[in-house]
Design a protein around this ligand. Structure first.
Ligand code: DLL
Length: 428
């Protein structure tokens, strides 16, 4: 079962719909946004050159820097009085990226979120506790509107306030919850400390996203709460949460809502398009956005696309779970490694808890890496032996040598209660 018929449309009609919408989007961008007109003129493409979806690769890219340069509203394609809402996404440095929505954009967003929640296994009539932050961040209101659109009950707890969160889970018997994966783990810990076993509560689904997580991390979440944990992806520049989601049936790759967002994978170095199945940088083009059409946005997120049919009946392409970002690649003594690979190897060791931090330093011309990780609460073995084992595994599997590895007792690494977790601290 799908929320809309489009999700299971045959790929031929989907392609032609995408082609029509791409043409409209390119025209809208060219006519109304100086930045796009100049970029397309410079690249020697005009809206008339875009005939089908295949022509998307002739268009110039849009980058994070372009959003920054056009701050606050240089990329808007409608007059101010047609903008109904603003959100923003804050990077680590500089000004946030400001994004805008018309009434129609908000309608599309609610619909893709309702689809996403339904695919995740949330049903009309159920109760959904929304622990994503409300405000400029797109997580809170994006989920909120989607839950209402679906016909479920939303409990707008927002981020943080964990004691209240646990109380609501118990007293209002929430069927599903949305939050970041790191917060999910934190909540499980705090519930346990408060003597509440979430596994005994009705909660059966958590919809996690906004930051990367690995399979062992997901397994920890599912075991600690006795839930199905569904991965949801999105970004403010395209709309917010609801660009793609896993289906509960297969839990194997995230269906991209291709009638609204056109995905490509490119080589992050050269920008050349890659084939289905190849890993590279996800590039997204909006197909229906009015206030802020986006052409070939370089997301920086690393994934691959799969067009095989899914058990759930949805025909929309699946992307693999995002494990890291192009700019997250750590290069330590000539070895390239993602923080997520380190996480995967460490958390896969039974005694290791899913909490860690990586600190990078430069000593002279050498980069050094220090890892701090926790052991599980019930672990009472030899910490030195565990440390040696983690070091050996990192070395065997990833060829990574850690300069200092510290294994702390459970609960000693600082938790993130609000917002996205930071695990890599680059002091170089
Ligand atoms: O994080 C939107 C969102 C809210 C998605 C709630 C899911 C749930 P931004 O703040 O603009 O928007 O950050 C977007 O977060 O480019 C990815 O790097 C990362 N990200 C989002 N979802 C996932 C995910 C929201 N499921 C950036 N897995 C994106 C890994 C994710 N990374």
């Amino acid at each position: 079962m799908t929320y809309t018929d489009t999700e299971a449309a045959d790929r031929g009609s989907l392609r032609s719909l995408q082609g029509d919408r791409l043409r409209e989007t390119v025209e809208r961008a060219y006519e109304n946004v100086d930045f796009y007109r100049e970029a397309m003129d410079e690249a020697g493409v005009s809206p008339a050159d875009v005939e089908s979806v295949d022509d998307v690769s002739t268009l110039p890219f849009t980058t994070k820097e372009d959003f920054r340069d056009q701050y606050p509203n240089g990329l808007f394609a409608v007059p101010d009085d047609e903008v109904r809402r603003i959100h923003a996404s804050s990077g680590t440095t500089g000004k946030p990226k400001i994004v805008a929505y018309t009434e129609n954009d908000l309608g599309v967003w609610s619909e893709v979120m309702a689809r996403s929640l339904y695919a995740a296994g949330v049903e009309p009539g159920q109760t959904f506790q929304n622990a994503y932050g409300y405000g400029l961040f797109t997580g809170g209101l994006g989920f909120h509107d989607g839950v209402e659109e679906l016909g479920a009950t939303v409990i707008p707890t927002g981020g943080g306030n964990t004691a209240r969160q646990i109380e609501m889970l118990e007293d209002l018997e929430s069927d599903a919850m949305g939050c970041t994966p790191s917060y999910c783990l934190y909540l499980a810990e705090r519930a346990e400390a408060a003597g509440v076993d979430v596994r005994d509560l009705p909660l059966s689904t958590v919809v996690i996203g906004a930051e990367p997580f690995t399979d062992p991390m997901r397994e920890e979440i599912e075991a600690a709460l006795d839930v199905t944990a569904i991965d949801i992806y999105g970004l403010s520049e395209l709309i917010g949460p609801g660009v793609s989601v896993e289906c509960a049936e297969a839990q194997d790759g995230l269906h991209v809502w291709e009638d609204h967002f056109l995905p490509e994978i490119v080589d992050p170095e050269t920008g050349e398009p890659l084939e289905a199945g190849e890993r590279g940088e996800l590039v997204l083009t909006s197909l229906t956005k009015e206030a802020l059409p986006v052409l070939r946005y370089r997301t920086g997120d690393v994934t691959s696309l799969r067009y095989e049919e899914c058990d759930c009946g949805r025909t929309m392409v699946r992307m693999d779970n995002i494990r890291g970002r192009v700019d997250d690649l750590l290069i330590v003594r000539g070895v390239n490694v993602y923080a997520s690979s380190i996480e995967e190897v460490m958390v896969d060791i039974e005694e290791v808890a899913p909490h860690y931090r990586i600190d990078l330093y430069r000593e002279g011309s050498l980069d050094t890496m220090e890892i701090t990780v926790e052991h599980h609460e019930e672990f009472d073995g030899d910490v030195e032996e565990l440390r040696d084992r983690i070091e050996r595994r990192l070395n065997d599997v990833l060829d990574v040598t850690v300069d200092e590895l510290e294994v702390l007792p459970f609960g000693e690494i600082e938790r993130t209660e609000v917002g996205k977790v930071t695990r890599v601290f680059d002091h170089r």
